[in-house]
Write a protein that binds this ligand. Structure first.
Ligand code: CP
Ligand code: NVA
Length: 301
């Protein structure tokens, strides 16, 4: 049985999942391949895109999604996550969890009888990375491109480090000192890059990094769970905004990505977010297609 807690868990299948996502997006593929299958969706944090796209994905594949907020589960009253997993996974065919602590999702998966999907933790957001790769493939036609992430080295970047290097893309993370991505994941990404030929860099020099980029990517400066550090973060990350001036340094054909939700005039300006080079709304749509492919791959008979 396969869990998807990290992009690494689908390292051998990522290209096939993306191909399947394109098939689903074109309206092709088996009709209702997950008929009779159920997916529990456990949320400990807010969500718009992840919740809706997973719910609609299950419906479109012929299955049934159950939305479960941890505050309504006994988990919210102190039942341990291991027991929640032992009971829950006797009812359903798969579980998607969004949790504060990555370790909780690991504990859940160790006690699960069915595949578990990480719907975002403090460490990774693999489903987002799948949709991002699909968007780059659509807009650029291949992964022979250079992507530059500008801003906080957070959960989204950790998953991007793995996805880009696995697919042979060049990737630079431009972030202030102290805001680098997870060191273990970065080390792993450098190892992968050596095998696949990706050029990987983590640097504080944002203008230099962005020169000639084909894809620019950013995410919020204050992720869920970082609210207490908000003031400091806004100060430290100020020079790492994607605005039209920065965009001019990239390739003229460059596209801009953001996993959303966005905070205008912090990590990105309105002008860029809704400008001609933005692909963020296609990127948001692609959560649906990429997750349909992931669910198909994990839950089909
Ligand atoms: N990008 C993303 O995961 O969005 P939500 O938090 O709305 O699910
Ligand atoms: N880094 C953000 C992503 C939200 C989808 C967060 O964790 O809040």
């Amino acid at each position: 049985m396969q869990h998807v807690l990290s992009v690494l868990d689908i390292q051998d299948q990522i290209s096939d999942i993306l191909k399947q996502a394109q098939i689903f997006k074109q309206g092709h593929g088996t009709v209702e391949p997950l008929k009779g299958k159920t997916l529990a969706m456990v949320f400990e944090k807010s969500s718009t895109r992840t919740r809706i796209s997973f719910e609609v994905a299950m419906y479109q594949l012929g299955g049934f999604p159950l939305y479960l907020s941890t505050s309504d589960l006994q988990l919210g009253r102190g039942e341990i996550i291991e027991d929640t997993s032992r009971a829950m996974t006797r009812y359903v065919d798969g579980v998607m969890i969004r949790a504060r602590e990555h370790q909780d999702v690991v504990k859940f998966s160790r006690n699960s009888r069915v595949p578990v999907i990480n719907g975002l933790t403090n460490l990774e957001h693999p489903c987002q990375a799948l949709a991002d790769m699909l968007t780059i493939l659509e807009r650029k036609g291949s992964f022979k491109v250079k992507m530059v992430y500008v801003g906080d080295g957070n959960n989204v970047v950790n998953s991007l480090l793995l996805a880009t290097t696995l697919l042979g893309m060049d990737f630079t993370v431009a972030c202030p000192p102290g805001y680098e991505p997870d060191p273990e994941i970065t080390k792993e990404a450098f190892k992968i890059a050596e095998k696949t030929g990706s050029t990987l860099e983590v640097t504080p020099h944002v203008q230099k990094a962005v020169k000639g980029a084909d894809v620019l990517y950013t995410d919020v400066w204050v992720s869920m769970g970082d609210e207490e550090e908000a003031d400091q973060r806004l100060k430290d990350l100020q020079a790492y905004q994607i605005n039209s001036e920065l965009l001019k340094l990239a390739d003229p054909e460059a596209v801009v990505l953001h996993c959303l939700p966005a905070v205008r005039d912090q990590e990105i300006t309105e002008e860029v977010l809704n400008g001609p080079q933005s692909a963020v709304w296609d990127q948001a749509e692609n959560r649906l297609h990429a997750q349909k492919a992931l669910l198909y791959f994990l839950l089909k008979d």
